[in-house]
Design a protein around this ligand. Structure first.
Ligand code: ADP
Ligand code: MG
Length: 338
């Protein structure tokens, strides 16, 4: 056996310096990619103007083509007032979710819940004394969900259909409610139901989730983190899994800790502390780990054909160790369906 030559402290310093240079170069590449994207948008805008097409039409057209074939104008308060509430679907941490009917179509109607955990916790923690004041916080989160859905557009995120913002009221009557959000309706996801699907269909779900994570990592808002991943935050619509609960997301990378480390749930991640003292890439890594526990590991391991087991384990291990991103995972998973 050959023994590895030991490194002098000078060598070690040189390696540390080179690693620093590499981190800085990686950050520059990221910045350059963002600039390129901004330039492409500017060119699109310029071309739209020179073709004398209304700018918004052109942008909407490109959005429609790229992401969502059913992109239409948003429902306003008047249209939302005419929604007939059919039943309550769920009482979430923050929101009441109901099924409504508008012009023969089923929609999901979300508004702040006075009975939800957020309002309860706010009262228990003594943040405010009155229900109404704590309800404002829940209303803020519905507003945040509206604005986040307005900024994001992907086939694996529930499509925003409309919104109405007119007061701080809570009311069972839709015409009296302060803040209402309408999204496409789906079937709330339950992991045990997904586990009943055959293996290729479960791979298909994982491909979609990997595509979603790839989009979130590169979103126009920044790299988005999903801090709390549970199956019930997703719905199924025509064999497509869609994220529906986005009121807790954030799109700034965490700062490094005092010893310049990038930790996730108190554990080291191997992600380098950037020159701006930010953990660039930590949000994307954390999303992969959280979806690994809730979806990827159970859906891909159970019932995996014997001849594919080794490859599946290799993919899951690489993702766990931060050696594979969502985009590469998506491509490799697609290989299983060929
Ligand atoms: N678009 C939808 N279609 C059908 N059911 C939904 C939809 N969005 C949410 N739900 C159901 O309502 C529950 C609460 O919604 P969610 O957005 O997660 O609220 P919260 O942030 O209050 O937890 C979900 O767990 C899911 O069961
Ligand atoms: Mg929520």
């Amino acid at each position: 056996m050959q023994s590895t030559p030991s490194l002098s402290s000078k060598d070690m310093n040189r390696i540390a310096e080179l690693e620093n240079v590499i981190t800085k170069l990686q950050e520059q590449i990221l910045m350059a990619e963002r600039k390129e994207q901004a330039l492409r948008t500017a060119i699109d805008i310029f071309e739209a103007k020179s073709k004398k097409k209304p700018l918004l039409d052109s942008l909407n057209e490109s959005l429609r083509e790229e992401h969502e074939p059913g992109w239409t104008e948003l429902l306003d308060c008047r249209a939302i007032d005419s929604i007939k509430i059919a039943k309550n679907i769920a009482e979430g941490h923050t929101k009441t979710v109901q099924e409504g009917e508008l012009m023969g179509k089923r929609v999901a109607v979300k508004s702040a819940s006075i009975k939800g955990k957020d309002v309860k916790r706010c009262l228990e923690d003594g943040l405010h004394k009155k229900d109404g004041e704590c309800y404002l916080l829940a209303n803020y989160k519905v507003l945040k969900e509206i604005m986040v859905l307005r900024q994001l557009n992907h086939r694996n995120i529930a499509n925003l259909l409309g919104m109405c913002v007119r007061s701080e009221n809570s009311s069972p009557a839709i015409t009296e409610r302060g803040v209402t959000l309408v999204v496409e309706i789906g079937e709330p996801v339950q992991l045990h139901k997904l586990m009943e699907m055959d293996w290729p269909s479960r791979v298909q779900i994982c491909i979609q989730l990997a595509a979603l994570l790839e989009y979130l990592a590169e979103s126009s808002m920044g790299s988005i983190a999903l801090p709390d991943v549970r199956d019930e935050q997703f719905v199924m619509i025509d064999n497509t899994i869609k994220l529906t609960d986005v009121d807790d997301i954030f799109a700034t990378e965490p700062n490094c800790d005092n010893s310049m480390k990038c930790l996730l749930d108190g554990k080291e991640t191997g992600i380098k502390c950037g020159s701006s003292k930010k953990c660039n890439g930590l949000n994307a890594f954390s999303n992969l780990q959280r979806l690994m526990a809730v979806f990827f590991a159970p859906l891909l391991k159970e019932g995996c054909p014997t001849e594919k087991q080794e490859e599946v384990d290799a993919i899951l291990n690489k993702v766990k160790n931060g050696e594979m991103d969502a985009g590469s995972m998506e491509i490799l998973l697609q290989g299983f369906l060929k």
